[in-house]
Design a protein around this ligand. Sequence first.
Ligand code: ATP
Ligand code: LTN
Length: 347
Amino acid sequence: MTAPTKASRAKPATAKQAAEPRRERVFSGIAPSGTPTLGNYIGAIRNWVAEQDIYDNIFCVVDLHAITVPQDPAELRANTRQLAALLFASGIDPKRSVLFVQSHVSAHAELAWILNCVTPTGWLNRMTQFKVKAGEDRESVSAGLYVYPVLMAADILLYQTDVVPVGDDQVQHVELTRDIANTFNFRFGETFVEPKARIREVGARIMALDDPAKKMSKSGAEASYISLVDPPTAIRKKIARATTDSERTIVFDENRPGIFNLLTIYQALGGETREQIEAEFAGKGYKEFKAALADLVVATLEPVQQRYTEITADPAELDRLLAQGAEQVRPRAEAMLKLAKERVGLL
Ligand code: ATP
Ligand code: LTN
């Protein structure tokens, strides 16, 4: 099999393909570092689902990224399966998209090593996510956490990805991926496609319910997020307790981050404009707005949770779908890895 270089990929293999414009390749990943949250759903998952027919999609449960911070082995195993099941439950359709687990395709770790060897440490020192995640503890966090963005670059570059849909926290990593691709191509000849990040305007960054200065995150405290498997009672309670302020009006004001965040969630899920929402709640109190928001979140998650229950009832089918996903991407990943190895002189 010939390796898919930039040039060979661009050439349509059949007359039919020549008539159809090539669909852009999308790659995106999500870490099994906890139960996915409403932030993941709004910022990532639901967009992946909505755009399945527009792009040639590859979605990945990035378990190798999860172990960059300590994980309990049994929990990691469970979280990986739960996340995959929730992605299918949210509407990722194995007939239209590929979904697989990162560690099932060893080319990811292998390419990451090669890319580690062309990435200047100065670039990694500038990564905001590393600074945030390492915090005061820079000396004791793992080397894996430091090179996390390089593994992410490997994920993306293995598949000649054009577009990476991400929340705004990941844009810097996609920029780094472009720089790594560029450096590699310059040193060893045209090999990788430089990807573009695509961020969604509304809901690009959903904040923690208990502290709107922080991002809602699946590895955060229980009261900070709504998980995709939270029962309605928990959802209502968490929203009722969400941090707001002592003012009364329900308006989109970035200087009032608590209510702004809740309104952003309402807008992202309901699809109305800011003006429509402000008009709807003019003269009403926080309590009423929070109840309406809770109803909307519960209604959004109900079908996902129903489907999730069905999927978890058949674990063998989930295994089969994940094995099928890995088989679909493995040949492409291995061809790209082989090309990179040749370029570097390992083959
Ligand atoms: P962790 O707690 O392990 O850092 P996380 O919940 O922050 O995880 P990731 O697995 O890093 O989420 O991200 C998966 C996808 O969800 C990415 O595209 C990311 O940009 C998006 N995402 C994560 N959190 C949010 C959020 N609060 N708002 C919008 N999008 C988000
Ligand atoms: N770092 C990303 C997860 C991730 C990813 C990727 C996203 C790993 N590999 C490749 C897009 C493309 C995150 O924290 N959301």
